[in-house]
Design a protein around this ligand. Structure first.
Ligand SMILES: NC(=O)N[C@@H](CC(=O)O)C(=O)O
Ligand SMILES: [Zn+2]
Ligand SMILES: [Zn+2]
Length: 347
C-alpha cells in the first residue's frame, strides 16, 4: 500500500459551480469563496434571476465590492436562460468579457428555476449564437414532469432532452452540472470533447442512505438528489479517473437553517467553507490524491479555454472542527460536516 502524502501543493483551484446568493448573504459567501479559490463560475439563479448582461455585470460589481481586501478572487459570470432570452443578449454578454456561460434551468427543476426554460427548442436561436461565440452552456440536467420519480429525473433528461442538444450543436461546449448518476458519467464519457461535467463533493461523499437511514437529514437534501451508493461509486471513479471531462463544481448552495430544518425544506448543500479540503478526503480515500490537482485546478480552465491559475495552494493533513453553524446574511446556515471534523486543511 503506497503511503499517501500528508502535504499537497496544487495549482490554485477554481469552483465551476457556485451559488453566492445576493444582498446581505453576499459578504458571507464571498468570504468563504475567497479563502483560496482563483475563480468561481457564479450561478445566476437569483430572485430576480440574472437574465441580461446588465444584470450580470451589476451582480459582478456587488460580488467584487465585498471581496476581502487584497483578495484576487475573480467571479466568472453567467446568464440565466429563459424562453424569452434574446439571441442578441449573447452578443452583448460576449462583448462585456465577464460572462463566459449561460445556465439552462428547466423551469421548475430546482431553486429559483420557475422562470427557466420550458422547452429547449425555445432557446435554439440563443444556442446558435452561443456556439458561434464560444459561450458555454451549463445545464441542470433534470426533467420536471411531476410523474417522473425524483430519483429518475436526471436519467430521463439524459435519455430525452440532452441528446438532441448535443446532436444539434456539435460545437457548443456543454457542461452537465452536478452529475449524480452512473448514467451521466457514461453519457459524458461517450459524448464528444465538447461535453464535460462538474461533480460536487457532497455527491462524492454521501449517498441517499446518509440522508435517510436512521432519520431524515435535511442538510443533505439537494437537487439533483443524492442517489444510491452504486451511483456515488461511479462518481468517485469518474472524478478520480484522470479524465479531463470531470472537474470541480461544488454547487455550494446556502439556505438559512430555518429553511432547511422544516417540514418542506429547501434544496441545497453548503460546502464552500471546506470544498477542496473535502475533495482531498475523497481522493485520499480512493488512493488517488495524485489526481486531485487535475480535478480541482486543471480540467475546468482547460475545458473553458481559460488559463490555469499561476500560483498554488498547499493542503496539509491536519484535522479541524467545523462549526455547528456559519453566518449567512445575519442568520445561520448549517454547512456540510457541521459539528464534525475534516482531516485536510488549506495552509
Ligand atoms: N442544487 C440545489 O439543490 N440547489 C441550488 C440550485 C441548483 O443548483 O440546482 C440552489 O441554488 O439552491
Ligand atoms: Zn442545479
Ligand atoms: Zn447549483
Amino acid at each position: 500500500m503506497s503511503t499517501q502524502p500528508t502535504s499537497l501543493t496544487i495549482t490554485r483551484p477554481d469552483d465551476w459551480h457556485l451559488h453566492l446568493r445576493d444582498g446581505a448573504q453576499l459578504s458571507d459567501t464571498v468570504r468563504d469563496a475567497s479563502r483560496y479559490l482563483g475563480r468561481a463560475l457564479v450561478m445566476p439563479n437569483l430572485l430576480p434571476p440574472a437574465t441580461t448582461t446588465e444584470l450580470a455585470l451589476a451582480y459582478y460589481d456587488k460580488i467584487t465590492a465585498v471581496r476581502p481586501d487584497g483578495s484576487q478572487f475573480e467571479p466568472l459570470m453567467s446568464l440565466y436562460l429563459t424562453d424569452k432570452t434574446d439571441p442578441q443578449e449573447i452578443r452583448r454578454a460576449k462583448a462585456c468579457g465577464k460572462i463566459v456561460a449561460c445556465k439552462l434551468y428547466p423551469a421548475g427543476a430546482t431553486t429559483n428555476s420557475d422562470s427557466g426554460v420550458t422547452d429547449v427548442k425555445n432557446i435554439y436561436a440563443v444556442l446558435e449564437v452561443m456556439q458561434e461565440l464560444g459561450i458555454l452552456l451549463l445545464v441542470h440536467g433534470e426533467v420536471t414532469d411531476a410523474n417522473i420519480d425524483i430519483f429518475d429525473r436526471e436519467k430521463v433528461f439524459l435519455e430525452t432532452i440532452l441528446p438532441n442538444v448535443v446532436r444539434d450543436f456539435p460545437d457548443l461546449k456543454i457542461v452537465l452540472e452536478h452529475i449524480t448518476t452512473e448514467h451521466a458519467v457514461k453519457f459524458v464519457e461517450q459524448a464528444g470533447d465538447n461535453v464535460a461535467a462538474t461533480i460536487t463533493v457532497h455527491h462524492l461523499l454521501y449517498n441517499r442512505n446518509h440522508m435517510l437511514v436512521g432519520g431524515i437529514r435535511p442538510h443533505y437534501y439537494c437537487l439533483p438528489i443524492l442517489k444510491r451508493n452504486t451511483h456515488q461509486q461511479a462518481l468517485v471513479k469518474a472524478a478520480t479517473s484522470g479524465s479531463k471531462k470531470f472537474f470541480m463544481g461544488t454547487d455550494s448552495a446556502p439556505h438559512f437553517k430555518k429553511n432547511k430544518e422544516t417540514a418542506c425544506g429547501c434544496a441545497g448543500a453548503y460546502t464552500s467553507h471546506a470544498a477542496v479540503e473535502l475533495y482531498a478526503e475523497v481522493f485520499e480515500e480512493a488512493g488517488a490524491l495524485d489526481k486531485l490537482e487535475a480535478f480541482t485546478s486543471h480540467n475546468g480552465p482547460d475545458f473553458y479555454g481559460l488559463p490555469r491559475n499561476a500560483d498554488t495552494i498547499t493542503l496539509v493533513k491536519e484535522t479541524w472542527s467545523v462549526p455547528a453553524t456559519l453566518p449567512l446574511g445575519g442568520e445561520e446556515l448549517v454547512p456540510i460536516r457541521a459539528g464534525e471534523t475534516i482531516s485536510w486543511m488549506v495552509k
